[in-house]
Design a protein around this ligand. Structure first.
Ligand code: Z5A
Length: 198
């Protein structure tokens, strides 16, 4: 099962993924946790260009995210799915639609096609949207990177973009109120995964 985690900054994705992985492992599942950008050596190199480099043209940014995604799919995610592992991935294709499309203004329909090319047409079985007001999420971030430092209007477009994407395809998404305590978020996410694993 391929599960991705999306949301605005500081939504608590990494926190949730860590505790979900340990709960799922204790239930006997073989779990892979991974993230975009930045899985493996190739992903790390792209991550540092994207998050810690100079300002980038929006098109350069999108090609770097897609290069990371295609490599990640072929080398890490698809082999794990082939072994029936549960893959928990912190951000994936929907972040490109929302950050580079809704927030940066690139053509969303073109980005959908580019995503499919990068993933070999593989899409997540389940996408968690950890939703919260952008001010709350940003206040949780201690060391801001290049993208965290965008103006508040950019982050609001990101939040609105995720909510709009979820409306397009409600059966693939599960929205969680990310202002709740971590334990409540974990219980809700675990319940949803168990329901879908049946
Ligand atoms: N990006 C893109 O533009 N296009 C793409 O295609 C892709 C990504 C794939 C990656 O940054 C950036 O790349 C990201 C999108 C863009 N943009 N930005 N900015 P990243 O990987 O460095 O970080 P992130 O994905 O944005 O995650 P994050 O916002 O840094 O955090 P998080 O994983 O969602 O949250 P966390 O680390 O679990 O928690 C943050 C803090 O909040 C921490 O102190 C926790 O202890 C605390 N926390 C967690 N949960 C809670 C609850 N429930 N209550 C209170 N406090 C909490």
């Amino acid at each position: 099962m391929f599960i991705t985690f999306e949301g605005p900054e500081g939504a608590g994705k990494s926190t949730l993924i860590r505790s979900l992985a340990s709960e799922l492992e204790s239930l006997g599942h073989d779990v892979l946790t991974t993230r975009e950008p930045g899985a493996g050596e190739f992903g790390q190199a792209i991550r540092s260009l994207l998050l810690h480099g100079d300002d980038l043209p929006a098109t350069s940014e999108v090609f770097l995210f897609l290069a990371d995604r295609s490599h990640h799919m072929v080398k890490i995610i698809q082999p794990a799915l082939n072994e029936d592992r549960v893959v928990l991935c912190d951000r994936h294709a929907e972040s490109t639609i929302v950050y580079q499309g809704y927030a940066r203004g690139l053509d969303v329909e073109l980005l959908r096609k580019m995503n499919l090319m990068a993933t070999g047409n593989v899409r997540p079985d389940l996408i968690f949207l950890l939703d919260l007001p952008v001010e709350v999420g940003l206040s949780r971030i201690e060391n801001k990177d290049r993208l965290d430092s965008e103006p508040i209007e950019f982050h609001q477009k990101v939040r609105d973009g995720f909510l709009a994407e979820r409306e397009r395809e409600p059966s693939r998404w599960h929205k969680i109120d990310a202002t709740q305590a971590p334990q409540a978020i974990l219980t809700e996410a675990l319940g949803e995964i168990k329901k879908r694993l049946k």
